[in-house]
Design a protein around this ligand. Structure first.
Ligand code: ZN
Length: 570
């Protein structure tokens, strides 16, 4: 459960420090940036790997968050308009609150995508992300921390800060530091990772005419008594009085952090699913027949159950009929619907769900139409929800569906979008199915590897939610206990691994990564080896030791192979 530290509704998304400290990496309780191994992950390259351009799909992803490219002048314009309309103080507060939210998201990214135990490396990734996002070139002077004592001290330089530059452009030299949004990002990032409040302040700023911005981060105690940022960030509870000393987590948490969703909630916030949700909310309280339309696997039965559990008879029976089972009619067949103990009897006081209703044979369609005609005249004894994967009007046109049955069934039609039309919901859905299958198979899996996440975000899902669920179930079952779900666990021969996405290369260019098939189709063993070594070297920024670790070789052995294969850095 999240705990609120403030009643003020205007404060940004809050985090519980208790939660944060539970999620803090287990091993390093204190550290110093000066002692950090230079090649320690996540490197700038690792982080750039989380940035994906799904060209033509209208999406850029930073791990599971959608981002946009925006000119810095637009950001500057937005900022200067705010200052003119509501004043410097309010604008600063709002910018800082927005930056706080961003910092929390980045901490979550590093925690879930680069599951690792080194707190120093995790903290060091913050300035790298800040640099990668293009806000400023961040130079880490030094930072040190002690989790048990709740101490943090860090000093950073920001060169060419976007906010400072834009402020200068709009207003000229200012008498106070102005990189407000950027400043709250490391505050939130460090606070979320360390589990106690860390506040950053700007001592010098390019907006004041300085050569570069100088930024200092400290724990609250070190800042002294007056720390107004605590209220601004919703951290008003004094850390001195109430927080318990930090304890390392007892075990690796199972899976990714879970979100609290009611059991049969419709997951997703994309415009397409919101349209559907609005329709569902409108019809939910009525007893009139509902027709659910959507591709195979898009979740029609799930929606039917949702309507049932929130409808007028949530405690009544939910009877699901698979209509293709009654495709052929024989004259001597007993009537499965109207007969004694038939589906209609069973569903009395509840919901009768007719899946793939178009497949029902004509004789049963006629009987059902007659039944519905009679019940619509009086108070119905059950609710009928029908579903179809094909257009019912087409089915009427080609003679597969009786027009009167369609007329009775489709009083309230609801279209369910296919997964490819609600791609923004993918991160939440991936999370949901991953959690569900981990729980169902009671298997501790550390999470999805970044590469799997990227592949899933790019995949087209012709089989919709069913397919996504199947893939994640397969991933959970095939993953090593306590390990991560990898690409080979999720994508089998059935699916064509996606290849529409682009990444940032080391040269800063956007390029299309090779598909698995292309990689495997390499002709000779030597070519495969060259490819593997080259990739490892590029990933490790030509740090030979780090690349050797990645490849499972000794440094000497890799050195030898590099010379033998005549690989050069260029
Ligand atoms: Zn500045």
């Amino acid at each position: 459960m999240r705990k609120n530290y403030s009643q003020n509704d205007e404060t940004p998304r809050r985090i519980s420090l208790t939660d944060a400290s539970k999620q803090a990496p287990a091993i390093t309780a204190r550290g110093d940036s000066l002692r950090l191994d230079e090649g320690a992950p996540p490197t700038l390259n690792d982080l750039a790997g989380a940035l994906q351009f799904a060209l033509g799909d209208g999406r850029i992803w930073l791990s599971d968050e959608r981002i946009v490219l925006m000119q810095t002048r637009v950001l500057g314009k937005l900022r200067s308009q705010m200052i003119k309309e509501i004043g410097m103080d309010r604008t600063r507060d709002i910018c800082m609150q927005v930056g706080w939210d961003e910092g929390l998201k980045l901490a979550e990214l590093v925690r879930t995508r680069f599951s690792q135990d080194d707190m120093t490396a995790a903290l060091a990734a913050g300035p790298r992300l800040h640099t990668m996002e293009g806000y400023a070139k961040v130079i880490t002077k030094r930072f040190e921390y002690d989790v048990a004592k709740k101490e943090y001290l860090g000093e950073f330089y920001w060169f060419d800060s976007v906010e400072g530059t834009e402020h200068l452009r709009s207003f000229g030299v200012c008498d106070c530091p102005v990189c407000w949004m950027q400043l709250a990002v490391p505050s939130a990032y460090s606070t979320a990772l360390l589990g106690f409040p860390v506040i950053f302040r700007e001592l010098e700023c390019v907006g004041q005419g300085a050569e570069r911005c100088v930024v200092i981060g400290k724990d609250v105690e070190s800042w002294g008594d007056d720390v107004p940022e605590l209220r601004l960030f919703g951290l008003t509870e004094s850390p001195k009085k109430k927080s318990k000393p930090w304890q390392p987590p007892k075990s690796v948490p199972m899976g990714l952090p879970t979100r609290n969703e009611a059991k049969d909630d419709i997951i997703g916030e994309s415009p397409a699913i919101q349209r559907t949700k609005r329709l569902v909310d409108k019809v939910v309280a009525f007893s009139e027949p509902v027709m659910l339309l959507g591709e195979a696997g898009s979740g029609k039965e799930y929606f039917a159950k949702h309507l049932h559990s929130r409808g007028p008879t949530p405690n009544g029976p939910f009877v699901s009929v698979n209509c293709p089972a009654y495709e052929d009619s024989r004259p001597d067949d007993a009537d499965p619907f109207l007969g004694e103990g038939g589906y209609i009897d069973q569903a009395k006081g509840g919901t009768l769900f007719l899946n793939d209703v178009v497949a029902l044979n004509k004789s049963l369609q006629a009987k059902l139409a007659l039944f519905l005609r009679d019940t619509t005249r009086k108070r119905p004894s059950l609710r009928v929800i029908a579903a179809s994967g094909v257009s019912p009007t087409d089915a009427v046109a080609n003679g597969a569906l009786r027009s009167d049955l369609l007329y009775y069934l489709s009083v309230l039609p609801i279209q369910i979008p296919p997964l490819r039309e609600r791609r923004d919901d993918l991160p939440a859905l991936i999370q949901h199915f991953f959690d569900t299958h981990c729980a169902r198979h009671t298997k501790p899996v550390a999470g999805l590897s970044g590469a799997v996440f990227d592949m899933l975000l790019r995949y087209d899902f012709p089989g919709n939610l069913h397919e996504l669920s199947n893939m994640l179930e397969r991933g959970v079952i095939y993953a090593e206990p306590g390990g991560q779900v990898e690409i080979s666990h999720v994508f089998s021969v059935i699916e064509n691994a996606p290849r529409i996405s682009r990444r940032i290369g080391d040269d800063g260019n956007v390029y299309r990564p090779k598909s698995l098939a292309e990689v495997h189709a390499a002709r000779t063993l030597e070519e495969v080896e060259v490819e593997a070594i080259r990739t490892a070297l590029l990933d490790a920024d030509w740090n030979i030791s780090a690349a050797a670790r990645k490849l499972g070789l000794t440094r000497a052995r890799l050195d030898y192979r590099i010379k033998k294969l005549n690989l050069k850095k260029d």
